[in-house]
Design a protein around this ligand. Sequence first.
Ligand SMILES: Cc1cc2nc3c(=O)[nH]c(=O)nc-3n(C[C@H](O)[C@H](O)[C@H](O)COP(=O)(O)OP(=O)(O)OC[C@H]3O[C@@H](n4cnc5c(N)ncnc54)[C@H](O)[C@@H]3O)c2cc1C
Length: 379
Amino acid sequence: MLPESTDVLVVGAGPTGLAVAVALAGHGMTATVVDRLAEPPVTSRAAVVHAGTLEVLDRIGVAAPLAARGLHSTRFTVRDRDRVLAAVPFDRLPSRYPYALLISQAETEVVLTDRLTALGGRVRRPYELTGLDLDDGGATARFADGGTVRARWVVGADGMHSRVRELAGIGFGGPADPGESFLLADVRVDSTLPRDQVTLFLSRQGPLIWAPLPDGTVRLVATVTDAPREPQARHFQALLDERGPVRRPDRVLDVAWASRFRIHHRIADTYRSGPVLLAGDAAHVHSPAGGQGMNLGLRDAVALGDALAAGPEALDAYAAERRPRAEEVLGFAAGLTRLAAAPPAVRPLRNLLLRVVSALPPARQRLAVRLAGFEPGRG
Ligand SMILES: Cc1cc2nc3c(=O)[nH]c(=O)nc-3n(C[C@H](O)[C@H](O)[C@H](O)COP(=O)(O)OP(=O)(O)OC[C@H]3O[C@@H](n4cnc5c(N)ncnc54)[C@H](O)[C@@H]3O)c2cc1C
């Protein structure tokens, strides 16, 4: 049963919505969290939590249990086939978490849910938001089962196709094309690549990310022109043959989970419209190059929880400060994609530049800090 009224209604119990609710609970505020799904998803999806995000999650008591479950990767390596172009170390990050944490999104959501439960909160399922009547004092939310909830504030943490964003009339600009196409899988693979680091292969056909996961599988993510509806082991073998190591080629043994998705680079026109606030994929989407999407959403979430606890002026500051963070991350992800897709004539120069730049310790450190998601004001 939904309550008749609530101070904060959080729509969506993905990583963003859960983290908003945990942050609010830490301030002694109980949010009503709803999700249209009867059960949380069990699939892998976003597989990395960066140090900058762990620092923020530490404040809501989630970093330590997450870190205990994941694999600690201390290095990010950029390669062109066998040749290492850049090696970015995470172990010198100005952080208690000097690594990239590799962990499936389902696990991240379990840890956030456990923390919410420990603080006395819970997610109400399945409740699908279908309508929103906004007025000066808040909003009346309508649900598919006919129920309504009166809320002072409504948080749209309902993902890329956000209903909250749409009902609040907030634009989500961008081209009308179907977006970049990605193929991804967690595979068991026979490989000589180091299992303590994430590797990004830059290839003319597009980037291929190779990231070890705690269960012994390897996450592969690649841009492709046409992703097959049901990706198989042979598709990932072909990607590794086309973009991966040559001297000692990887061999895919089997596929634990595979998917495909299309994504645009988009940012909501505003993060606040009256009583409606946006966070996570509802506010921004971009390519998974660099593994930044869920991280940015988690950092939005904690900032929003703090702002909701602090009062209306802090909410305007939230909206004004978080949108530029998304612009930066989108620019960074787009830059990585362009770097990978450099035309053949430019590639030798690109490779040389990357090797020279990454040989300079300050440049290496800057890249590590950037990848790790530290925001201005930090390291
Ligand atoms: C197949 C796949 C693979 C991905 N791989 C990667 C990756 O490799 N790296 C990476 O960085 N990111 C990846 N992502 C993106 C990543 O999963 C998202 O960035 C992350 O989930 C965003 O979290 P969120 O909480 O903002 O939104 P979501 O996780 O989308 O959560 C939104 C929640 O809102 C609920 N909801 C939606 N509409 C309503 C409604 N009307 N009423 C009530 N509830 C509603 C949904 O059920 C959902 O639980 C992937 C996504 C997918 C789908």
